[in-house]
Ligand binder design. Structure first.
Ligand code: HEM
Length: 398
């Protein structure tokens, strides 16, 4: 082997894919497949990072949080990583475990389950209103409903923050890209958002809310006051548009696959499987980064200590090595091992709430909607999230 080949070999297999270009974001799946065909880990030359793209290896990387740490940030640029420094999602054990115990309290299945009636009431009223309309936007008129009316309330920030949460969240996710226009625009708003959270007075918070509870945990000595404040970012960033995109993605899939809606109406016991399957296919959170803390190997790829590694959940979820006909929406598929919520240490802390919100809306629709007719849809191009800007639907009522 020549010296040059040896150097190139250190970074192979390699791809010059423009992973964050508009073209790739609009329809990333053929590109993900191309990367998967190259290997489980592929060097993205333009961004100097490894993309981990196959299901088995994505789970292995996520499970080995010592070798692939989150503590040097999940974003593809230093400014975004510095902005959210101290958040739980970028912490490591043992601190991570301690923070997560406090953070997760309102999000455990038993606690979240108590919200069911409140969510169901809102969803049913909204479905009645939408059925009476000719067409509606499944994103702003339906998928926004529970995250924006309930989740923002539960977090219990100020009215000003509640109004800004969705924009802040989108910006925080966009800021995680490489140096492109979306990242720059996102970063500006994300820095303002974190600045606002860091200066909030405790007295401004809803005393019953999740945010105020963090400060009570600090009073009890479970976490420090600084940690309590930093955890506000973890309630603000990931709680809204992930779920919005998950639900609107599911509505889109049902509108595109009327046979699957008909089947779900006939076999409503498939609902949980259908939700997992929709999340697998749409994967609202496309990818997040890690940094290797030691030299290691994934397939033929030699990963060096200090290398940035991009974990592509959305690619793993369509890996043909794991899922038969991965592009197919099959509500009876057992897709429980998908990684749309991540895996291992940083497995999504809000997944029970997210699934409850999605389930509640679909349950409200099931007895009322014979079929969805897709009028039009518009995808939003986003560095980190996959979702729809609009989803115009007409309901054919039962
Ligand atoms: C369908 C909706 C959702 C999706 C697809 C989703 C996706 C994810 C993914 C992929 C991760 C792993 C990140 C990593 O590997 O670094 C994650 C972590 C996380 N998510 Fe979610 N999420 C959703 C909803 C929510 C909600 C509703 C909340 C809050 C109420 C939330 C809060 C979090 C937090 C705090 C973490 C970090 C956990 C930790 O570091 O231990 N997510 N989410």
């Amino acid at each position: 082997m020549t010296e040059l080949a040896a150097i190139a070999g250190d970074r192979s297999p390699a791809s010059d894919l423009d992973f964050w270009s508009d073209e790739v974001l609009a329809d990333p799946f053929p590109y993900y497949r191309g990367l998967r065909d190259q290997g489980p880990a592929v060097w993205l030359e333009r961004f100097s990072c490894w993309a981990i793209v196959r299901h088995k290896e994505v789970r292995e990387v996520l499970l080995d949080a010592e070798t692939f740490t989150s503590s040097q940030g999940l974003a593809m640029n230093a400014a975004a990583n510095a902005n959210v420094d101290g958040a739980m999602i970028t912490s490591s054990d043992p601190d991570h475990k301690r923070l997560r115990r406090v953070f997760q309290r309102p999000l455990l299945p038993g606690t979240v389950g108590k919200l069911k009636d409140r969510l169901a009431g809102l969803a049913q009223t909204r479905v009645d209103e939408l059925i009476a309309k000719d067409t509606f936007d499944g994103v702003s008129e339906l998928a926004h409903l529970l995250p924006l009316s309930v989740v923002t309330d539960l977090v219990g920030l100020t009215e000003e923050a509640k109004g800004n949460m969705l924009g802040w969240a989108a910006a925080l996710f966009d800021s995680a890209g490489p140096d492109n226009a979306r990242t720059q625009a996102g970063l500006q708003v994300a820095i303002e958002a974190v600045g606002y959270l860091m200066e909030l007075e405790r007295s401004e918070l809803d005393p019953e809310g999740w945010a105020a509870n963090l400060f009570r945990a600090a009073d009890a000595g479970e976490i420090s006051p600084t940690e309590a404040r930093n955890l506000l970012m973890d309630y603000t960033g990931p709680a809204l548009d992930t779920t919005i995109n998950g639900l609107s993605g599911a509505l889109f899939l049902f509108a595109k696959n009327p046979d699957q809606w008909t089947r779900l109406r006939a076999e409503p016991e498939l609902l949980n499987k259908a939700i997992e399957e929709a999340l697998r296919l749409e994967s609202p959170l496309r990818a997040f980064g890690r940094v290797a803390t030691r030299d290691t190997r994934i397939g033929d790829a030699e990963i060096r200590a200090g290398d940035r590694v991009l974990v592509v959940y959305a690619s793993a979820n369509r890996d043909e090595r794991r899922y038969d006909q991965p592009e197919k929406f099959d509500i009876a598929r057992d897709a429980r091992d998908h990684v749309a919520f991540g895996y291992g240490t940083h497995l999504c802390a809000g997944m029970h709430l997210a699934k409850l919100e999605i389930r509640t809306v679909l349950e409200a629709l099931l007895p009322r909607v014979k079929q969805f007719h897709l009028i039009s849809e518009e995808r939003s191009l986003h560095n980190t999230l996959r979702g729809l800007a609009t989803l115009i639907l007409r309901i054919e009522p039962v």
